[in-house]
Design a protein around this ligand. Structure first.
Ligand SMILES: C[S@@+](CC[C@H](N)C(=O)[O-])C[C@H]1O[C@@H](n2cnc3c(N)ncnc32)[C@H](O)[C@@H]1O
Length: 242
């Protein structure tokens, strides 16, 4: 299930302006360079920020996302024609031999359903060439990121070109074991209110490692995200060479 804010064109258009600091993508770019990746599959590419950074570097990029409104934003960006955008998910991809598959900005948590998650790992593995890598991040449950998902901690006003001042904030709705549901709200300059609810799954490190192994990966490393020390697990897994 994809959260409304990626499906609603009005909210998809605000995704980049409301979160302009993409320092989180630096480590992914460095890994792509380190692996000498020539083809990358970006799963949950959203508005295409990472896919376009890769394409700028001459990499053949396939971006897949179930949210059509986000893909429309991605396609319309400068260089959008250099990326192969696929409306869907990792379970129904054309044949690929990617050197690297990525899920940036906690896409893994947005895939909350266990069956869908395992099917995503399976699809990513099939899209990788033997020896290719899968990299993604997920928030460390013990850090309880959701404790800050309330209006006082998250409220901001952003001046969005062509739109005007946009107020935005998050409200926590429910914590049900590993599932955390929250509401994102935006108020536009004309008083229009946009809201969208999302449910994320917080997985323990051991759980993710077990899922990766069960889907035929070798877990190469579990790192810290340099821009969010102690807050994220960054998984680096490999499809075995044979
Ligand atoms: C927080 S956004 C991250 C977007 C992008 N990766 C980035 O770095 O900006 C999460 C994305 O995951 C996508 N998503 C949700 N369920 C998915 C699934 N089953 N397969 C692939 N992507 C999914 C959403 O549509 C959304 O674009």
């Amino acid at each position: 299930m994809t959260a409304d804010h990626f499906q609603d064109p009005r909210l998809a258009a605000l995704y980049d302006p409301l979160d302009p600091d993409r320092g989180d993508l630096g480590p992914y770019l460095r890994l792509a360079a380190e692996f000498g990746a020539r083809q990358v599959l970006d799963i949950g590419c959203g508005t295409g920020v990472f896919a376009l950074l890769l394409a700028e570097r001459g990499i053949d990029v396939v971006g897949v996302d179930p949210a059509g409104a986000s893909l429309d934003v991605a396609r319309a960006k400068a260089g959008g024609e250099r990326v192969r955008w696929i409306h869907g998910d990792a379970t129904a991809l054309p044949p690929l031999r990617a050197d690297l598959a990525t899920m940036t900005a906690n896409v893994a948590q947005a895939i909350a359903d266990p069956g869908e998650w395992r099917a995503t790992l399976k699809g990513a593995r099939a899209a990788l060439r033997p020896g290719g890598h899968l990299v993604f991040e997920t928030r460390v449950p013990a850090r309880r990121a959701w404790a800050e998902w309330h209006r006082e901690a998250s409220y901001s006003v952003t001046d969005v070109p062509g739109v005007g001042a946009v107020e935005s904030w998050f409200d926590l709705i429910e914590v049900d074991g590993p599932l955390v549901t929250f509401r994102g709200s935006c108020v536009l300059a004309d008083g229009q209110v946009l809201t969208a609810d999302s449910t994320l799954r917080f997985r323990e490190r051991e759980e993710v490692e077990a899922d990766l192994v069960a889907e035929g990966y070798v877990v190469v490393d579990v790192r810290d995200a340099p821009d969010r020390p102690g807050r994220e697990f960054v998984f680096l897994a490999r499809r075995p060479a044979t």
